[in-house]
Design a protein around this ligand. Sequence first.
Ligand code: ADP
Length: 845
Amino acid sequence: QIPSRLPLLLTHEGVLLPGSTMRTSVDSPRNMQLVRSRLLKGTSLRSTIIGVIPNTSDPTSDCDDLPSLHRIGTAALAVQVVGSNWPKPHYTLLVTGLCRFQILQLLKEKPYPVAEVEQLDRLEQFTNQHKSEEELGELSEQFYKYAVQLVEMLDMSVPAVAKLRRLLDNLPREALPDILTSIIRTSNQEKLQILDAVRLEERFKMTIPLLVRQIEGLKLLQKTRKPKQDDDKRVVAIRPNRRINHIPSTTEDEEEEEDHDDVVMLEKKIRTSSMSEQALKVCLKEIKRLKKMPQSMPEYALTRNYLELMVELPWNKSTKDRLEIRAARILLDNDHYAMEKLKKRVLEYLAVRQLKNNLKGPILCFVGPPGVGKTSVGRSIAKTLGREFHRIALGGVCDQSDIRGHRRTYVGSMPGRIINGLKTVGVNNPVFLLDEVDKLGKSLQGDPAAALLEVLDPEQNHSFTDHYLNVAFDLSQVLFIATANTTATIPPALLDRMEIIQVPGYTQEEKIEIAHRHLIPKQLEQHGLTPQQIQIPQVTTLDIISRYTREAGVRSLDRKLGAICRAVAVKVAEGQHKETKPDRAEAGEGEDCKEHVTEDAKPESISDTADLALPPEMPILIDFHALKDILGPPLYEMEVSERLSQPGVAIGLAWTPLGGEIMFVEASRMDGEGQLTLTGQLGDVMKESAHLAISWLRSNAKRYQLTNASGSFDLLDNTDIHLHFPAGAVTKDGPSAGVTIVTCLASLFSGRLVCSDVAMTGEITLRGLVLPVGGIKDKVLAAHRAGLKRIIIPQRNEKDLEEIAVNVRQDLMFVMASCLDEVLNAAFDGGFAVKPRVERLNSKL
Ligand code: ADP
């Protein structure tokens, strides 16, 4: 039902029919006035309904007088008004026709005409009154057939055509003549006739010839096109050339259309995505630019990639935490053997999280040698929380845009690793493991550690701005965990944001347990083996640990086990394995095991054993011989006692980021001018320790009865000393070798051997005091690994021993030394002769 008074829009080109849409330019004063006061000011839907009167003579010519009006017009809804100032002020109006009307009386002419009108057609009317009429039924049927025929001649893959086809079936037949007339090629005059055909029957009659004409035209066109299609194929083949010549072809147009569709899809995705308001604004602006940009512009692809990333980012998507401390404890215990301190702290952390549902707190940083399970604990934490896990390797990263992304102005710019990680996991609350934060570099491209500060600070990271995105992204839901080998190289500001949890190396016993509980089952599964096919007794594991690996973690142990599994897998797959019967005792019982002779890889041994009573095929028992076969001769022998068979050698303990290690210090003397030579890539502190040691020994030579080769107490008289620290290729530094150097030189000048099972560590002073050093736990474990029995440590390090597992402590004897006298006494069998001193040294430190 349209209003009975309608403002009139007078058009002079184009005829609007009910059911169709038309874009018309408005520039005459009357029409402009109508748009301004009616459409732009109006607020209700009714005020946007106007009457469109076609075929008015050009209104620009006569300004004042209203031209004669066509009696019949179309009531229309103004859908869109776009204003512009160029080349002259005008509006472009998008109107949709609703129904016909007839002007009854003109009510006013200025500033724009308003008329009293009568609505001419009404849909219900048709359906009720005319449907039954025989003739009309036939007419409409005929019309419908033509319409379908016409549509089917068009290309159905074009979305508009497919839509039209659907419309044909869904719309009431009565509405079709108007709609089709406005679609097919017709002149304004013809359209006007259709508009004037108020009676439906008349309208059908008039439209049918138009349809037929269009169908015939199409047929003709298709006939002429057919041979041309072959041409098209040829054209496709040489298309690159055409591109160069910029000759537009139909296929290119289609492509463009397709791309346009993509952009529309993208826009839809942007609108439906849950990005922040700020981001949405930026995206909409970009998509507007994208629409105007030719595709060939390099920026087109850039902008598109950007928008696609923005749509993909998990702005609002998160997984639900399921955290139950008891279950978390069980899961951690199941996944990891030992590392009690670490597990305890992690559980505390999780418990606090459960109680206080937010993440504001220190970032956990696991520090320890490689292969001790730092990464895998991180993974377990993600598992207990039910969160996604993502590892970001920071080793060697020396460009801050790696963290924060490049600005989009750069060619090949991309977002930083944090945003990339979020895109990969697809949720905004994953567990991010920042691996190897101690190996961040620094370069001209800025300091990545500084960029990380913002990421890790809970006060700031809710609005982390990646340079590429250029809008803030909320990182506050992300759980960050860091790992490092040493805290020494982590920038202090970064260190300040983190809580350090030391993860020390494992003892041999722990390694055996880890191997049997975790590593071996995992390797068997990876290689498709079962415990019925391969058996690795504990003594073999111990052999692997002590003779084939020397590490704080279990990574190379894992690799060796992998090598064994591979070798066995070959045997199993070949199915030609034979095994001699075990002589006696059960597998896995101490040294006896060495007597089990498994098959040798050599074919002769197979034929040898084939004669014996047929042995059981499976399981293949890995004993020392098999081990030698698979892994080759042992890499590390227990060489300690051999190396100490002459004076001038002592064993020190060193700490490295890879765990503790034992270190031999060798000294020799020769005729010369009292020079000290140091080799083995020593740092300054270590060189100074050597000078300290020599000075102290020279000043105490008499007391200890130390002489040079010619029997003089002046140790450097006619004597050169050379100190060497294997392995020569590894840089060493630190004060803790002091006591070892003293012991080594004391042995050299006294000609006595240092006990072969003693290792030591401690800093010295010029007055002969022994000062505490760091890394005691790792050092003790290293000595234990190497099979040493007695360890000399500074008195003030006694408290550190509590951290060491009881079974390791039981195997070792600790000597606490507070001065060098005590060190020397403990290092040599039967003590070191000292002439009684008059006064004792007292430290006032
Ligand atoms: P890191 O990150 O400390 O260098 P990883 O986490 O990569 O070491 O650990 C190496 C391997 O050792 C992993 O396969 C892990 O499962 C295993 N592993 C280390 N420690 C343990 C442990 N305590 N219990 C079970 N497996 C362990």
